[in-house]
Design a protein around this ligand. Sequence first.
Ligand code: ADP
Ligand code: ASP
Ligand code: MG
Length: 387
Amino acid sequence: MTPCVLKFGGSSVATPERIRAVAELIKRRAEVCHPVVVVSAMGKTTDELLNLAYSVSKNPPPRELDMLLTVGERISMALLSMALHDLGLKAVSFTGSQVGIITENRFNRARVLEIKLYRITDALKEGKIPVVAGFQGVSVSKEITTLGRGGSDLTAVALAISLGKVPCEIYTDVPGVFALDPRKFPAARRYERMDYTVLSEMASSGAKVMHSRAVNLAAKYDLPFLILSSYEPEKGGTLVEKREHLESPGVKAITTMPVVMFDVEGREGIPLLARMVEAVRVLNFSHDATGRHLVLFVPVEERERALETLSELGVRFALREDLAMVCVIGWGVSAPEIMDTIFSVVGWEHIFMMGSSDTKVCIAVEREREGVVVENLARKFGLYGTA
Ligand code: ADP
Ligand code: ASP
Ligand code: MG
């Protein structure tokens, strides 16, 4: 039987009941393909482990953080294998290191260099279901590494490619990709099909549904994948694939993300920017050489690291913490008529920053206006209702 990669996110395995439900689902899928399962840590386990680390140390060494965080996925892989055994399936759990997920020498957000598939091929030959811990690997220098938050998606895509571009199903807590976050905007339109590029732009601008590096890897190897709900798989989901030639221009999605704005004074703008980009995920920057200002936007999760880096650099800066970045994503979205609509809906005076490319226009607005701005833009661009 052909292998298929089935990935279950933290929300899908948050409780013992959910783990048993997921095992049932895997059993049903095993009737049509040979599952290779990838699993994330249960519920909020990774956040709790991170909090634990910071309650012990102000500045935990990155190596020890990875050693700690990988435990989350070890718990769920073992429990899920037990639940599969109870259903009469031969399952065997493996850490990322055991299956040869080789990463670069970097902690906390290592890139995958190679997958050796060591134990997976043998397990498949023996008719067993491998259950692989997502989000982790082993570096070239044999250290345990993690791939970055949300990284189990990357494990799944990388495994599906290594196994010979086999079917890949990403099970989460919503039935596919929507034009807006369906938890905040329940009327958002759902897509049955979607292009890699649109999802990649969404993922890098705050739509958590799939890790952006996982989407980019799938696009690179042209590996279509399905995103669906583990709670209601019968509802179907979104097939993410290559579709440029089929897509008409227009807005497909809107994302939002809370951000912090740093306004740095001084002449050293550009060298300082290089240091910041290395240390922190900078979403957008602008440099005003005459006014000698460098303005940077970073996601709120990067706030501490940005503050630390700026104080190490010894520069003077002001910050604003009440902003959100709203991105309008689609094809040809920097066209004048789309820009005009954005300006007229949001109002110039409410826009703190703007950046655009052919597939994304992002603006920073006050966080308290975020909901209204998204509502109005979504209505204008027809993002409610069924696709
Ligand atoms: P998992 O635990 O399965 O990895 P995540 O929490 O990482 O799940 O991602 C799923 C969440 O992504 C959903 O609960 C949803 O709120 C959020 N999300 C944000 N934007 C979108 C969108 N446009 N379409 C679907 N889900 C979205
Ligand atoms: N457990 C990890 C995290 O919370 C990886 C993942 O969920 O994909 O970031
Ligand atoms: Mg996720």
